[in-house]
Design a binder for this molecule. Structure first.
Ligand code: ATP
Length: 758
């Protein structure tokens, strides 16, 4: 026994506190019409959380509160307390032997719920009751006149009632929660998919950028390698040449110094000579002039060397530029040319046909491009050429000057020779000294020209070294420090090996080409692109993982839903089978024969073609197949949800179907079905409010017999006027209503009850 007591105060007609103790498996409540018996059944619904005031025969919450009588004041609140015996842990979650549920409704319509004296929410009460199979549809509380609710319900409602009675509601609830989750998951999947679609083009773009950056990086590596090699070989060449020339210069320079000293000494001897005459003065003068002239020629020669060095540096620039110019996309077009081309388009403005105008413009533009394809001189080339021309002018001037000096030198030598011959003839005594002077001067000439050659060569090398240094700076800028770290490579070179200048020139060309390709590849921002690519890729991967998780979750939910459906389906079908066994037995017991069973049918949906409006109608399989509604404009779709149909056939009667039953037969059938359901999955208690009202004496007995067998598994509270039913109750309560309109409750004996009931 699970029910212990019900306490009412201020609830409907129960003005004062009244307590029913359920000390017997069958408790009867008797009393005259209107005394408040049904209010007791409603007190049960109320305390169990019923939300429909209408089903409690009221309009507002206030209607549930004792409204007073002529003499007595009204109550401010209705309070009902239901106490359960929980020693067998009917409510598994509550570790007390007694569980009390209370509900209070106040005049301001507010509700309070209490569980063992503690305020809780309605939700907590509903969950708690659900766990004990005291369902919300109240299949175990049959109100007055409601006995055939299960017969008058449509097939879907009927299925719901049976599912609830079979304890399948919890699975239905889980299923609907899972379906909601599935819907959310699918929504999320759509969102993630659309996010991925948004990311995709950006990712593709970034990937191309990254490939470009990588290509540039590859080129840079190649260039770095080549630079190092080039710098090492070039440096090796330059330092070797410098060392060689410096060494080679030493001997002639020393000799020159010696010759200069010797000449000075010889001149002194000559000057000291008493026979020195005007001729020897002339010799000295010419010789001094000659020396000046030669020094000048040397310096001009050096200047020429420098100019040549600069000219060749400029030529290199031009070569490099031209190499670039061979590629069309680097073509430079003068602004002046573009302006001219635009001016040339002006006459076209007289054209009125836009198509013709457009075609003419395209033709002109193509002509312009064709005209400017081919090597165009850039300003850089122009500048270099201007520089070369300036240098060439300077060089020509210097060369002219050099020739002039050379001519002057030749003249001086000639005069000198003539003078020498004359002197030779005339002067014998000074002959040796003079000879010595001439010899020294001759040697000086030789050594000087040797020195000039070597110095010019050295100057060229120094110029080349400067160019090399400039290139080093440029390389460091393009490729970083790695490109100029040539030292190790250089020291590893074989310094005695021959120098292949042609190969070196080749390397230089390759260097220029690589530089251009690197420029084309467009470096810069590489690190940022890579970072963004990596971030975007990570985001995409994250979304992919998310999608994978969602897909997995979806599959799991679908599986869970499938499992729940299978479980509901199989338990439902098994339940129906068991109910049918009981239903058949009770039915035969009631009617002394015949057949009754529940069958699973599908709801038939009809769609009206004319207005496309979907109508869902519940029709029994039989009626549906009878084709009662075969109107021309209707189309039948047999895929509605499953429901439950009640099939009965009475003994000795041809009629079939619920519609054909008499009121009493209907009452008996519904009682048989209710009892069958309660036998299969017994609820803790059943309240039957005058379910037996329509029964004749014979059937009342059968009803009472069934009550007894039901009470073996569920506690029964019977509101009745029926003597037979009363006789089966262990405890009887009488409800009376005094002049004050308030219901009173008293425990009475059977004989008294029979009297009270009347
Ligand atoms: P029957 O045997 O005819 O079914 P019953 O014993 O089931 O009758 P109920 O329907 O439970 O009687 O009681 C109805 C009585 O309760 C009515 O007299 C009604 O006036 C009274 N009642 C209902 N609500 C209130 C209220 N808020 N305050 C006072 N009395 C109320």
């Amino acid at each position: 026994m699970y029910l212990k007591s019900l306490e009412l105060s201020g609830f409907k007609s129960f003005a004062k506190k009244a307590t029913l103790s359920f000390t017997s498996p069958v408790v009867g409540i008797v009393g005259p019409n209107g005394s408040g018996k049904s209010n007791v059944a409603e007190a049960f619904r109320f305390v169990l959380g019923e939300q429909s005031i209408k089903s409690l025969r009221g309009k507002r919450g206030e209607d549930l509160i004792w409204n007073g009588a002529d003499q007595g004041g009204r109550a401010n609140r209705a309070h009902v307390k239901l106490t359960f015996d929980n020693s067998r842990r009917l409510f598994a979650g509550i570790d007390f032997d007694e569980v009390s549920i209370e509900r209070v409704v106040n005049r301001d319509n507010s509700n309070e719920y209490l569980l063992n004296g503690t305020a809780v929410r309605l939700k907590d009460i509903v969950e708690l009751l659900g766990s004990a199979h005291i369902g919300a549809t109240g299949h175990h509380i049959i109100s007055q006149g409601e006995a055939d609710r299960i017969l008058s319900a449509n097939i879907r409602e009927r299925r719901e009632m049976v599912e609830d009675a079979l304890g399948l509601k919890v699975f239905q609830w889980k299923k609907s929660e899972s379906l909601k989750k599935l819907e959310r998951t699918e929504e999320n999947m759509k969102q993630v998919e659309s996010l991925r679609r948004e990311v995709a083009p950006h990712l593709r773009f970034l990937k191309k950028q990254v490939e470009k950056v990588e290509r540039a990086e590859e080129l840079r590596r190649e260039l770095t390698e080549l630079y190092r090699h080039y710098f090492a070989t070039e440096k090796n060449y330059l330092s070797r040449e410098k060392a060689r020339l410096t060494a080679e210069l030493q001997a002639p320079e020393a000799e020159m110094r010696a010759l200069e000293q010797a000449l000075a000494a010889a001149k002194q001897t000559l000057a000291a000579s008493q026979k020195r005459d005007h001729q020897s003065d002339a010799v000295v003068a010419i010789e001094s002039e000659l020396s000046n002239c030669r020094n000048e020629k040397d310096s001009v020669g050096r200047e020429l060397g420098r100019l040549e060095g600069e000219i060749s540096a400029n030529r290199r620039t031009i070569d490099k530029e031209r190499e670039k110019q061979k590629r069309d996309e680097f073509k430079t077009v003068y602004l002046k040319d573009v302006e001219e081309a635009v001016t040339a388009l002006a006459p076209l403005s007289t054209l009125t046909n836009p198509r013709e105008l457009f075609e003419r413009i395209i033709t002109e533009l193509k002509a312009f491009i064709t005209k400017h394809r081919g090597v165009t001189e850039t300003s850089l080339i122009g500048e270099a050429e201007k520089e070369i021309s300036l240098l060439m002018t300077e060089k020509n001037k210097q060369e002219e000057y050099w020739h002039k000096i050379a001519q002057k030198e030749a003249e001086l030598v000639k005069r000198y020779d003539e003078l020498q011959k004359a002197i030779e003839k005339e002067k014998d005594t000074d002959r040796e000294a003079e000879k010595e002077v001439f010899r020294i001067i001759a040697r000086e000439n030789e050594v000087r020209s040797q020195l000039t050659g070597l110095r010019n060569a050295l100057e060229t090398i120094l110029q080349a070294t400067q160019a090399w240094e400039r290139e080093l700076a440029e390389a460091a800028q393009i490729c970083g420090r790695e490109a100029v770290a040539y030292e190790a490579l250089e020291s590893a070179l074989d310094h005695s090996a021959g120098l292949d200048r042609a190969a070196e020139a080749d390397t230089r060309k390759r260097l220029e080409r690589l530089k251009i390709r690197l420029e084309e590849a467009g470096a810069g921002g590489g690190a940022e692109v890579l970072k963004e690519y990596r971030e975007t890729e990570e985001r995409d991967a994250f979304l992919a993982r998310e999608l994978e998780d969602l897909t997995k979750a979806k599959a799991e939910l679908q599986q869970l839903i499938g499992e729940l459906e299978n479980r509901i389906d199989s338990e439902f079908k098994q339940g129906i089978q068991k109910i049918n066994e009981q239903f058949g037995k009770f039915f035969v017991l009631m009617f002394g024969g015949g057949k009754a069973e529940l069958s699973v049918v599908r709801e038939v949906r009809r769609r009206r073609k004319s207005d496309e409006e979907e109508l869902s109608e519940t029709l029994s399989g039989e009626v549906g197949s009878d084709g009662e509604m075969t109107l021309a404009e209707e189309e039948v779709e047999a895929d509605g949800p499953e429901g439950l149909e009640v099939n009965v056939s009475l003994p000795r009667k041809k009629v079939k179907g619920l519609m054909m039953l008499s009121g009493g037969e209907r009452a008996l059938t519904s009682i048989a079905l209710l009892f069958a359901i309660s036998q299969v999955n017994p609820p803790p208690f059943i309240i039957l409010d005058e379910t037996d009202a329509a029964l004749d004496e014979a059937n009342s007995r059968k009803y009472a017999d069934m009550i007894e067998s039901l009470s073996e598994r569920s506690q029964l509270i019977l509101i009745t006027h029926n003597r037979e039913t009363m006789s089966r109750a262990g405890v009887l309560y009488g409800v009376t209503m005094g002049a004050d309109g308030a219901s009173k409750l008293l425990s009475i004996a059977f004989e008294e009850a029979v009297k009270v009931a009347k």
